[in-house]
Write a protein that binds this ligand. Sequence first.
Ligand SMILES: [Zn+2]
Length: 235
Amino acid sequence: MIWCDEEAALRGAICQVARMAYDKGFITNVDGNFSVRFGNDGILITPAGLPKAFLTPDQITHIDLEGNVVAGSTRPSSEVTMHVVAYKERPEMRAICHAHPKHAVAFTLAGLSLDVTVIPEVVVTIGTIPTAPYGTPGTTELPESLRSIVRCSDVVMLDRHGALTLGTSIIDAFRKLEVIEHTAEILYYARTLGAVKELSPEEVRKLLSTRSPLGVTTKNTLCSRCGGSHEGYQC
Ligand SMILES: [Zn+2]
């Protein structure tokens, strides 16, 4: 198969990130799906049912923005509609990671929210981590449940299921996936040690005021008043 340099690099990067997600325990081997935008009207996405730790660039499927296969011998991920919906809502984003990170999913099973202001660097970059309501896997319920959240957030937990992150590149999306799981893991340990106190609105305001001087431009749930659970902050 002949690819241009850009397509070859993107296919390789998807395989690398899928391997990293497996190595970090964010997925069991056939779980998760990873995609990048390719050109103006294409998406390269991991295939359904194949072990993500051993993907090769030729196994990545090329689909259009509606999810139809353009090229490739593999079936696209069964969760392709989530990617299609997220790219439609956020056309400026170039990559999506979806995985089932253990601590973060455990929080949703226990009914505990990650939509909290607890870790300063997370408040500055992404704000908080919202959760989309439960949707039956394999149906349109799931993509529809996250549609309104991805408009105002680069990160979202899917109740009883996993995490979805959007990035300007596949590495950027993967970094946000790491932030979700790292936050959940820290919160898990903190809660076993004692009560966890959120940062005060004043402390949050001060943190958000550092975004502009630091050149932080990521979508921030506190600035975009995502989910309505926080009062409006100036960013
Ligand atoms: Zn999933």
